[in-house]
Ligand binder design. Structure first.
Ligand code: 5GP
Length: 120
């Protein structure tokens, strides 16, 4: 499948500095910032800086350096937000079935309270 990236999506605008964000961590390849409508005491979005629509797009096409940096940044968010002891959930919604609102890959990092059982 050909991935079509829309550079007018809200996270592309955040990456270009056209819209403000509450940054948690930033590296050469990755940005982590707070969700504007947090669903838990900690709700951080981690995005690659490259133009990737969803997780399988990124994991297929990104460089090893981008993939390592992205994953390490997720781990770093868990540490800096103090989630390691209490636990956390990471989620990435993709496409129509996943009800993805913003078509730029993002991982939700949620924690800071009991999150309930998601899969039965
Ligand atoms: P999705 O449904 O695509 O997985 O999640 C998109 C997320 O982006 C939602 O949790 C939503 O609250 C968040 N979001 C949408 N617009 C903005 C924005 O302008 N700034 C920030 N920080 N988060 C946003």
């Amino acid at each position: 499948m050909a991935y079509v990236y829309d550079d007018q999506n809200i996270f592309a605008k955040i990456l270009r500095g056209e819209i403000p964000n509450s940054t948690v961590l930033e590296t050469d390849h990755t940005l982590a910032f707070r969700d504007i409508q947090p669903q838990a005491p900690v709700h951080v979005l981690v995005i690659p800086k490259g133009p990737y629509v969803c997780y399988d797009h990124f994991a297929s096409d990104a460089s090893d350096a981008e993939i390592v940096d992205f994953n390490r940044t997720i781990a770093e968010v868990c540490k800096t937000e103090g989630l390691q002891d209490g636990g956390y959930r990471i989620i990435s919604n993709a496409g129509e079935a996943g009800v993805q609102e913003v078509p730029h890959l993002h991982i939700h990092v949620l924690g800071g309270r009991g999150l309930g059982r998601m899969l039965q």
